[in-house]
Design a protein around this ligand. Structure first.
Ligand code: GCU
Length: 419
């Protein structure tokens, strides 16, 4: 009898352990929760105008995300510099100008360099530019033979021709379907991109990349409240912005990113108000999706699979999303009043499209303080029917990816809100 009871208890424990590790895709199993109000401070004060938002609420939210989610940048750089490596007026059959700029960051006698690839529409005096990281090298976004191949650590991928953690000539143009460069150029926009591995290799190892520049003697990894890789990549986008804001061929810069790099674009937009707008393409957990819904990827899951992405202090919320005093809609609100576009894909359940939409909806109250239109209704729009306000949203058919459809929407929205 005792033995059967023990077995039942044990089986229940095993089951609940499995439930914890099985992603939830059932809307009826989403926990009941209240999204913390962006307009009520941690002390319970009502925030009723943009001044109170900027002076009181925004700083405390930013601080929370800095200390408990993405991690703080430890110090300032000692120096940074830019070098034009190459340029041409004859890219894309003479329709575009190309520049490749080396950005060097200096700290504690060490230097980290990365290369910004910039395409600009010819015949436009200064153009708005989308700035986003790519996953495997600048040469993967275009068939252009002049684009340099990075030598930084790259995740092996046979299809892309990445062997021994090095990109090769075979990788050239392999991801060009994700970057509608010709379409952007024809519509008067530029594109700036960087291989994210040059700023920080995407592996659970803090020995290299940007973090290592800031270590004190004998230090091997960031301190518990300090930056993970997402914050380091966001820092890199800001340094690219340092260059772009001084390039007279560029007017505005919109931070763009897909998936993990969408999380990066959002954090860059929250921490650096020079970005004229932000686009999150399928950014999911730790990006635009609400954590408290625990749908698809969860905080525990992301921290276990990618222990280097967030600050160590974020781990205290593994399977305890209900104890988080904030949620991701408040990250989105930190971007206000700058235009924000959140995009999802129907089959990308891992990223929780509904959670991404609701976060953009809940962030909208902050945009309203500035008299700007957000997503008024709690109801998701139909598939392929974008809502394009200062806060914009679409859900398209298909999988986790960046498609021409996505870029077409960003261009239309950009023309209205960013030109
Ligand atoms: C994984 C990860 C996601 C991330 C995605 C990507 O699926 O769990 O959080 O967004 O990779 O970057 O492709």
């Amino acid at each position: 009898m005792k033995c059967t009871l023990f077995l039942i208890v044990l089986m229940n424990m095993v089951q609940s352990l499995f439930a914890q590790f099985e992603p939830n895709y059932d809307e009826s199993k989403v926990p009941l929760f209240e999204a913390p109000d962006p307009l009520i401070s941690f002390k319970g004060e009502q925030i009723s105008d943009s001044l109170a938002w900027e002076k009181k609420r925004r700083p405390e939210l930013l601080r929370f995300f800095e200390q408990k989610v993405y991690g703080e940048v430890p110090e300032t750089l000692d120096a940074f510099s830019f070098k034009l490596l190459e340029q041409s007026d004859e890219a894309y059959e003479g329709k575009a100008r190309r520049k490749q700029i080396e950005i060097s960051l200096r700290k504690n006698n060490s230097v980290l360099t990365f290369t910004l690839l910039l395409y600009l529409p010819k015949g436009k005096i200064n153009a708005p530019v989308f700035l986003g990281y790519n996953f495997h090298g600048n040469h993967t976004v275009t068939a252009d033979l002049q684009v340099h191949i990075p030598t930084a650590w790259n995740k092996n991928n046979e299809d892309l021709g990445i062997i021994g953690n090095q990109a090769t000539e075979t990788s050239r143009g392999k991801r060009k379907h994700r970057w509608a460069i010709e379409k952007l150029i024809e519509n008067g926009f530029g594109l700036a991109t960087i291989f994210y591995g040059e700023v920080d290799p995407d592996k659970n190892d803090f020995s290299d990349g940007l973090h290592s520049l800031f270590y004190e003697e004998g230090q091997q990894r960031p301190k518990p409240n300090e930056w993970g890789s997402i914050a380091a990549w966001a820092f890199g986008l800001s340094r690219a912005m340092d260059y772009l804001e001084n390039d007279s061929d560029v007017s505005k810069v919109i931070a763009f990113g897909h998936s993990r790099l969408g999380k990066v674009a959002l954090w860059a937009g929250a921490t650096d108000q020079r970005f004229a707008g932000v686009i999150s393409n399928n950014s999911g957990c730790g990006g635009a999706a609400l954590s408290k819904r625990m749908y698809g990827e969860t905080v525990g899951r992301i921290n276990r699979s990618f222990p280097h992405w967030f600050s160590d202090s974020f781990e205290q919320y593994n399977e305890k999303e209900n104890t988080l005093p904030v949620d991701q809609h408040q990250l989105l609100a930190l971007i206000a009043p700058k235009p924000l576009y959140v995009a999802s894909a129907v089959e990308d359940r891992w990223a929780d499209p509904k959670g991404e939409f609701l976060a953009a909806h809940y962030a909208s109250s902050v945009y309203e303080l500035y008299g700007l239109d957000g997503l008024l209704h709690r109801q998701m729009p139909a598939v392929n029917e974008p809502i394009q306000k200062t806060v914009a949203y679409h859900i398209r058919h298909g999988q986790h990816d960046v498609t021409t459809y996505d870029w077409e929407q960003y261009i239309t929205w950009g023309r209205t809100f960013l030109e």
